[in-house]
Design a protein around this ligand. Structure first.
Ligand code: NAD
Length: 468
């Protein structure tokens, strides 16, 4: 066995009842036995028992633990990256698995370095009032399959920093990655502070319904997010909901198509399009419509799709059959409506793996399902517009609002348009860039609550005023 395979082998259960397969080859890479609602109860027992001692540590002590957690991820970086490639499918190189692991390290360290001091609100002869941020207790952290390590880290790091303990439920599609992360972090964390439970929606539901879980950090689809609201209602649990997106990019007529092609490509195709805040529909004015498509197609053609273990691969397979079917359905529907397939769109189903070709679709109407629904795959519909007001209306014409972007040589004009887009983040001349100190969250049905930075720490604590 190669050294980098050891972690994956360790978290795989020899007698597991479900085989986990590599999305690039179909090869069995491990086994798991999914947990049950009873396992959730046991995990929350553990987390609840460990929480008072964890909360009693000083902030400096918890900061030291987070930095040690970052160290241990660095020590296991190649094993973790390997696990991501084999189970999730993204490439090892580029904006892929090593990048995801490096992000976990960066976010742990940034979360450790972010202070949330007590605020003195009033201090005069009549009153003294202070605002403190207290732990909530046990946090239930539920993650999707697209960025399995970093999204879990975004939930775990601030929760621990603020004195909570965490029960993490990875997506059933990326169970081994979830277990690998928790295994590595538990090399340094005190016992019981971080526990994993595996399984599908029934296990997630049991975690949300447990009365001792005071906060749910949920990242996933809009549909499941709405269920989490219902499931948590009886507990009045605090929620952070990071849900789906269908991000629009609005290109203005003053851009140089060659200059924006690379940014548009990465915005749309990062992680093969399986990214919440990827560019999922692009609005381009008549005047430069053909040139933008030509430049983007030329750049896209240079990016190889293949097995993520190959260091030269830029895009891997889709992670699972369900997502492959969604992508294929939306592209076939677009073709039948008369849209133009500029490139891609013809998957080779004779090969193993959930590969789907890089696909650009032009001359498509805004009301096509490929534009209206979240495709979550390597496909970008490019919609022509004549009137900028119409493009803005189309961009705002969906229920979700996670990210959006404006592309222009004129920054002030771009900012004006950005202010009118209904999204939690609007990027200018880029799409999807995030930073540990910059809050991230959705508008409309993309959810509520913020992650990252000081706002992220506040969202996993209970404010307490001491007055007098
Ligand atoms: P999903 O909603 O199907 O699953 C997410 C998680 O919820 C999984 O762990 C799943 O087992 C669990 N779950 C399922 N039913 C549940 C229930 N009833 N109660 C509690 N938990 C339950 O989402 P997915 O397909 O894994 O992920 C893709 C979606 O996630 C996309 O829509 C994407 O845009 C979104 N996403 C959003 C962000 C963000 O930050 N806003 C980030 C990544 C992904």
């Amino acid at each position: 066995m190669e050294a980098r395979e050891a972690l994956l082998a360790r978290v795989s259960a020899a007698d597991g009842t479900t085989e986990i397969r590599d999305p690039a080859t179909g090869e069995v890479i491990g086994k798991v036995t999914y947990g049950t609602p009873e396992d959730v109860k046991a995990a929350v027992d553990t987390a609840a028992a460990a929480q008072p001692a964890w909360a009693a540590l000083s902030d400096e002590q918890r900061v030291a633990f987070l930095n040690r957690a970052a160290d241990t991820i660095e020590e296991h970086a190649e094993e973790l990256a390997y696990a991501i490639v084999r189970e999730q499918g993204k490439p090892i190189n580029g904006l892929g698995a090593r990048y995801e692991v490096a992000g976990c390290v960066g976010w742990l360290r940034a979360t450790a370095a972010t202070p949330l001091p007590t605020e003195v609100l009033v201090d005069d002869e009549t009153n003294h009032a202070e605002l403190h941020y207290r732990p909530i207790g046990v946090v239930g952290a539920i993650t999707p399959w697209n960025w399995p390590l970093i999204i879990a880290t975004w939930q775990i790091a601030p929760s621990l920093r603020m004195g909570n303990t965490v029960v993490q439920k990875p997506s059933e599609y990326t169970t081994l990655c979830g277990l690998a992360l928790v295994d590595v972090l538990n090399e340094v964390l005190p016992e019981g502070v971080l526990t994993a439970v595996t399984g599908a929606g029934d296990v997630g539901e049991a975690l949300v319904r447990d009365k001792r879980v005071g906060k749910v950090m949920f990242t996933g689809s809009v549909k499941t997010g709405m269920k989490v609201v219902e499931e948590s209602a009886g507990n009045l649990s605090r929620l952070t909901l990071e849900l789906g997106g269908n991000d629009a990019g609005v290109v203005l007529p003053d851009v140089d198509p060659d200059k924006v092609a690379e940014g548009l490509f990465y915005g749309a195709f990062i992680n093969n399009g399986q990214t919440c805040a990827a560019l999922k529909r692009l609005y381009v004015p008549d005047a430069i419509y053909d040139r933008v498509i030509d430049s983007l197609a030329a750049f896209t053609a240079t990016m190889p799709t293949g097995n993520g273990l190959d260091e030269n691969t830029a895009l891997g397979p889709l992670q699972n059959q369900m997502q492959w079917n969604v992508v294929n359905r939306l592209v076939e529907d677009a073709r039948q409506r008369g849209a133009r397939v500029v490139m891609g769109g013809d998957p080779d189903t004779s090969q193993p793996g959930f590969f789907y070709p890089k696909t650009l679709i032009a001359d498509i109407d805004d009301d096509a399902p490929l534009v209206q629904e979240e495709q979550f795959g390597p496909v970008l519909p490019i919609i022509r517009y004549t009137d900028l007001e119409q493009a803005i209306a189309w961009a705002n014409g969906v229920d979700v609002g996670l990210g959006a972007s404006v592309w222009s040589a004129d920054r002030d004009k771009a900012k004006e348009i950005a202010a009118r887009l209904e999204a939690g983040t609007v990027w200018i001349n880029g799409h999807g860039g995030i930073h540990p100190m910059v809050p991230f969250g959705g508008a409309k049905h993309s959810g509520y609550g913020l992650e990252f930075g000081v706002e992220g720490l506040k969202s996993v604590s209970v404010p307490q005023v001491i007055s007098g």
